[in-house]
Write a protein that binds this ligand. Structure first.
Ligand code: FES
Length: 113
């Protein structure tokens, strides 16, 4: 998908997907500026985290989203997709999260740098 962005002091907003493509309970993998990012829709709001688990290599977009929690498909660690907080072992480190906004029907993520 075409990427659009504009610069500001905090980073760059990148349009990554149409908002309608993100469904409740179905994590969606996207890539932006070489980053693997997972998008989630929870109670209508869109959240973005790094897609790679902080424990080992697994894509959280392949995991199970229940409410605001994503469960890693490999060793079942759970994270809060709103805050990135690691909620259960074996993950000990939180996930990076990204600010999200919806503009003209498109989801934009604020990327650092
Ligand atoms: S890779 Fe995610 S819990 Fe191990």
């Amino acid at each position: 998908m075409e990427s659009q962005g504009w610069e500001n002091q905090a980073g760059t907003w990148r349009r990554v997907v149409d908002a309608a493509e993100i469904l409740e309970d179905e994590p969606l993998a996207v890539e932006a500026d070489g980053r693997k990012i997972a998008l989630y829709r929870v109670d209508g709001d869109v959240h973005a985290t790094d897609n790679v688990c902080t424990h080992a290599y697994a894509l959280l977009s392949d995991g199970l989203l229940e409410g605001c929690q994503i469960e890693c498909p490999l060793h079942n660690a759970r994270f809060d997709v709103r805050t990135g907080r690691a909620l259960s072992s074996p993950a000990e480190r939180d996930l990076r999260t990204y600010p999200v906004r919806v503009v003209d029907g498109g989801v934009e993520i604020l990327l650092p740098g």
